[in-house]
Design a protein around this ligand. Sequence first.
Ligand SMILES: [Zn+2]
Length: 119
Amino acid sequence: MNSHQEMPPSHETKNLRDLADLRQELAEIESELAKIVPIEATATGDDVAEAQETRDQQQQIVATRKERQVEIERALIWKASHGNRCAVCDQTIENARLEADLASITCIEHRDQEDTVEI
Ligand SMILES: [Zn+2]
């Protein structure tokens, strides 16, 4: 037995941790979205432009959160059965890529295909 030989870090354990982190982020997004109360178009006079601007900003925030929500839900489905493997080439996704975005489902080389790849 070679005492210097160490077990590689378990991808399984890391994946479970990643899934937990993603679920946590998803829960935060959902509670954030639930708190956003749509601004009613009841403003008059000078308030109209201001209300419109706030409404636009709010819609922008909601759109961004929802986009992320979809991304995470997709990543959770993929990672539950495939772990941190690229959905295009089946290689293990680089740590640097996962650090940049835990919801990544492709390796760096295939990042352009992330949104279109069928899972
Ligand atoms: Zn790949």
